[in-house]
Ligand binder design. Sequence first.
Ligand code: SAM
Length: 322
Amino acid sequence: MPLWVPIERVLHRLSIRADKHLGQHFLFNESLLDAIASSVRSTGIQGERVLEIGPGPGGLSQAILSRSPKEFVMIEKDARFIPFLSSLKTLASSHCEGGEVDVRVRHEDALDSLLLRQKHHFSHVLGNLPYNVSVPIMLSMCQFQPFQHSAVFMLQYEVAERIARVGRFSRKWTRIAAMMHLHMQNISLVLDVPPEAFSPPPKVRSAVIVLEPRPEAVFLPQAGGFGDREKAVEALFGSGKRKILRNVIPAPVLDDAMSLQVGIKFDGRAEDLEFEQVIHLLNVIHKHKTVVPLSKYDDEAADASCKTRVRSRIERTRRANW
Ligand SMILES: C[S@@+](CC[C@H](N)C(=O)[O-])C[C@H]1O[C@@H](n2cnc3c(N)ncnc32)[C@H](O)[C@@H]1O
């Protein structure tokens, strides 16, 4: 569908130049925006509750709204876009079939948003994510599961590939890939997007990834919250991921792990395991709480420390750029 207001016009009217500290690279191409919006799984967008993270000048927002959701919420950190995004409500009511759409704009940091902490509050979450916060945002999707059916995110190609193609094309397990696969299923890389599709163009290629939440836990079903899972994944895929398994797993855990009989090669590396083997090993690690002090680890602390890490990284980049 043609955009109701072309992005060039929005940026020109508001005299906006992209702010690189906010990871701003805008999409103009209508068929690409359409393809992203139509990548949601199962229900489609019509009549559903949809959230967009980082709408900016509203290209993807218009593609979502033209599919007539029941409710559409946008979370944007840059105040300059808020008046235009608010005006999309009026545009939607005159262009959308089936009458009123409940459109809301929240001027806030997605990392602090309580909306992202409410389980199954939305059917779908979409976003062309700023690269510097894409990993913490995806981890918060795992932790709080704010969407019921699917999440569609534009990421740096390298990150998307590491998550979606782990185990294939000789891609290895990483901490983020393990966390995503523990909580999400049918993870697929659906679009490969070159830098020229954005203005200003980023230095690297991008890709669109689609996630669906796992209907049931594949790991630590009896106990253990997100913090427990994060800690066990850290123990297996932290700094020791390139080391030989029998050297990285402490003795009592190793004895237990060796009795599993699930074909794990302990002379191999954690990054080369099969997914089922990863789950078995994480469960054994979790069982040995004395080796990995899980009891001291709670979800709120995990969430806070993750945000602190991201903030200090963003701050370092800002200083380096000055
Ligand atoms: C890559 S741009 C995408 C803009 C638009 N969706 C598009 O596709 O053209 C990322 C957007 O996220 C916003 N943003 C950056 N950090 C954010 C944060 N922590 N919370 C919410 N929005 C953020 C930026 O201001 C920007 O509008």
